[in-house]
Design a protein around this ligand. Structure first.
Ligand code: FAD
Length: 385
């Protein structure tokens, strides 16, 4: 009889993991608490790395996405109040693009399209997992669908729930850090074409990014202390555009229009103790990081890829527990490094100490002038290593 994999969460990481499983050794079921169309409304812009593109090509989703993505040809990094800046162009690194912008909703739509063509993978929407139980060799899940409680057995449980739900019986210890910051996300237009340039600007309030997106618009991610972000939400559109112009400067021309503003709380976490049972943890369930370097989803996609590879490379008598241990060993160090690198970007560049501003300006110019340093940075951001 085939073994069964249950994936909790049909977010991007859960779906990508399901689609990566080529092996016929498993029956795969995705359980998602949202209804099928609910998540599609999420307009958050995500920067996909070249490493993620490779994986999306592998599962044959990239073609469908190609009309919904905007390539990044140049990344311009600067700091408010100093002259230092770093410019990275794709051609310097012999790459077609440095990354691609896609909205969360468009990515999910393309992934769902691919899922609906799969005969092997089953998806159950409106299904919220409530608890997990292990007795001797049997693992059982209880989930609720349309007010009815249902029970399922599984050999391997893959937790891809984004880390937000509290499922009784799953015991994971995490190291958490709250930045007391939140992110404001919107779509904005200026009077100058974006020319596929992404802007990252460090300010004492927090980092902000303007990412080139469809129809000549930019996706704005403005991070800062919760109270400051809250007051930006309270402004009228015209007041907000003035505040944005003042904060970002003239580099992209005049800000003319903005769409609805949405906020996300920001935190950081990674696993300090893995569950003992046959549970693999991937994506935001395993690690959450500040969006400054656009690495959250890219790291989750790599988790999915490596877990699928660990399963694939085992023989038919797969020892699930030892396979999960191997996966955890492969991911532990790499994930922690990415989380820490992201954290240093936030703390070094969002600090108001006297003298640090000048040092950061010099650091950016330094990065700009030393090609091997730039190459290492771009490699880490593109392929996670
Ligand atoms: C403002 C902002 C900007 C970002 N920008 C970038 C970027 O540029 N690049 C990048 O790589 N990352 C970025 N990220 C991070 C990225 O959004 C996340 O890393 C990514 O969404 C994680 O995907 P996931 O599938 O692990 O989790 P999620 O997207 O959270 O999906 C989890 C799914 O599980 C479901 N679920 C939860 N609990 C249960 C349950 N009990 N039972 C059943 N289903 C359940 C949820 O409904 C959801 O569909 C950004 C994040 C923010 C907040």
């Amino acid at each position: 009889m085939n073994k069964s994999i249950i994936i909790i969460g049909a977010g991007p990481v859960g779906i990508i993991f399901a689609l990566l499983n080529k092996s016929l050794k498993f029956n795969i079921l995705l359980l998602e608490s949202n209804s099928k169309n609910q998540v599609i409304k999420d307009k958050r812009a995500l920067a996909l790395s070249n490493g993620s593109k490779f994986i999306l090509e592998k599962i044959d989703v990239w073609n469908d996405l190609s009309t919904k993505i905007t390539p990044i040809n140049t990344i311009h990094t600067s700091q408010k109040g100093t002259f230092g800046r770093a410019v990275m162009k794709a051609e310097e690194f012999e790459q077609e693009s440095l990354g691609f912008i896609v909205s969360y909703g468009d990515l999910i739509t393309s992934l769902n399209k691919k899922l609906s063509n799969s005969k092997k993978i089953k998806v159950s929407y409106d299904s919220e997992v409530l608890s997990f139980n292990k007795e001797e060799n049997k693992q059982t899940l209880i989930y609720e669908q349309k007010l009815e409680k249902k029970l399922l057995d599984c050999d391997l449980l893959v937790l891809a729930d984004g880390g937000r739900s509290k499922i009784k019986g799953i015991d994971i210890e995490k190291t958490n850090k709250s930045f007391d910051h939140s992110a404001l996300v919107s779509s904005v237009e200026t009077d100058t074409p974006h020319s596929n340039i992404a802007y990252e600007r460090f300010t004492s309030m927090g980092p902000m990014a303007l990412l080139p997106n469809l129809n000549g618009k930019y996706s704005l991610v403005w991070t800062g202390p919760k109270e400051d972000i809250k007051s930006l939400i309270g402004l009228s559109d015209s007041e907000f555009l003035i505040a944005l112009q003042d904060h970002f400067g003239e580099r992209v021309g005049n800000f003319e229009l903005c769409e609805k503003r949405i906020t996300f709380p920001l935190k950081q976490s990674f696993i300090s103790k893995y569950p003992k049972e046959n549970i693999a943890v991937i994506g935001n369930s395993a690690q959450v990081m500040h969006p400054v370097a656009g690495q959250g989803l890219n790291t989750g996609i790599r988790d999915a890829f490596i877990l699928a590879d660990c399963i694939e490379s085992e023989d038919t008598n797969l020892d699930i527990k030892s396979m999960i241990n191997k996966f955890n060993d492969m991911r532990k160090l790499e994930t922690k490094k990415i989380v820490k690198l992201t954290e240093s970007l936030v703390t070094i560049f969002s600090n108001d100490f006297v003298g640090l501003n000048k040092f950061r300006g010099i650091a950016l110019s330094f990065l700009d002038l030393i090609p091997p340093l730039k190459k290492r940075f771009v490699r880490k951001m593109s392929y996670g290593k």
